[in-house]
Design a protein around this ligand. Structure first.
Ligand SMILES: NC(=O)c1ccc[n+]([C@@H]2O[C@H](COP(=O)([O-])OP(=O)(O)OC[C@H]3O[C@@H](n4cnc5c(N)ncnc54)[C@H](OP(=O)(O)O)[C@@H]3O)[C@@H](O)[C@H]2O)c1
Length: 257
């Protein structure tokens, strides 16, 4: 089957559940060969059993050497990678009370260093070929420091900054860079949240938005539009106005764990 998307070989990290899983299923359904990674080998095997164009490659993205082996394995088994979606992530609520540096370290290790570990191996291959598309999953939480996201938001801000630093350089070498900034999406990650999640979106709609943005070669793939508008507005607010808004509407009145 000739793919109806511009990519033949795709690698997606964080694809055992949620957004990554739905993107994998949709891309495979449109004819791409998709390799899926995450730590849960069983969930990946079940996914691969459902769709012949999906291959499981279990990986902990914090393991730099293992990441290199997975990239080399995909290239030799599936051919040159056309699209890489670095989507693995963890979310742990953390505010000023109960600040725990181990949560900061884990967020940075998975959400940011996990991406760097893959880029180290993927960039040289795509640059040598003069083509390819790299997408980094961040979050609208990376646009502005959000209360209760003291571990998560800084790691996502780092991913947005990383994408911005790579984009102009890699564009000159024929490689496209995108950053995916979801608002609230209904996945196992958000099931733990006990606060209102405005404009919560189903994961399969998020996957559609991601694939549409990637097909257009967009840099900033942000959805849903209501959350995009709200957070882009928050991003340009001067500090006094932003902190008043955050204190009034986003800070819990009682301390949380
Ligand atoms: N849901 C939202 O509202 C939302 C909003 C903004 C951004 N995002 C971002 O979207 C991405 C996908 O999240 P999701 O909502 O789909 O959540 P999810 O269902 O919890 O998916 C997270 C994925 O990351 C994988 N993962 C976690 N730690 C890993 C590690 N060390 N190595 C390899 N894989 C690892 C998980 O699999 P294993 O546990 O099996 O390893 C899982 O496949 C994340 O980067 C998240 O930050 C989500």
């Amino acid at each position: 089957m000739k793919p109806s998307v511009p990519w033949s070989s795709v690698w997606i990290t964080g694809a055992s559940s949620g957004i990554g899983r739905d993107v994998a299923v949709k891309l495979a359904g449109r004819g791409a060969r998709v390799t899926v990674s995450a730590r849960s080998a069983d969930a990946l095997s079940m996914l691969a059993a459902q769709q012949s164009r999906i291959t499981a490659a279990p990986l902990d993205v914090t393991d730099r050497a293992a990441t290199g082996l997975v990239v080399a394995g995909i290239e030799s088994a599936q051919g040159p990678l056309d699209l890489v979606i670095l989507n693995a992530g963890v979310w742990q609520p953390m505010g000023a009370s109960g600040f725990d540096a181990s949560k900061s370290a884990q967020s940075m290790a998975v959400n940011y260093i996990g991406i760097a570990n893959a880029l180290e191996h993927v960039i040289p291959l795509m640059v040598a070929r003069g083509r390819g598309h790299i997408a980094l999953t961040a979050s609208v939480a990376g646009y502005r420091g959000l209360p209760q996201a003291s571990a998560y938001a800084p790691s996502k801000a780092a991913v947005i900054s990383l994408a911005e630093t790579l984009k102009p350089d890699l564009a000159r070498k024929g490689v496209t860079v995108s950053v995916i900034n979801p608002g609230f999406v209904d996945t196992p990650m958000t099931e733990v949240n006990h606060f209102p999640m405005p404009f919560l979106m189903p994961a399969d709609k998020a996957a559609d938005a991601i694939i549409a943005g990637l097909e257009k070669g967009k840099f900033d793939i942000v959805f849903p539009w209501q959350m995009a508008a709200l957070m882009k507005f928050a991003r340009v607010l001067p500090y006094p106005a932003y902190f008043w808004f955050a204190r009034t509407f986003m800070t819990p009145k009682k301390p949380q764990g």
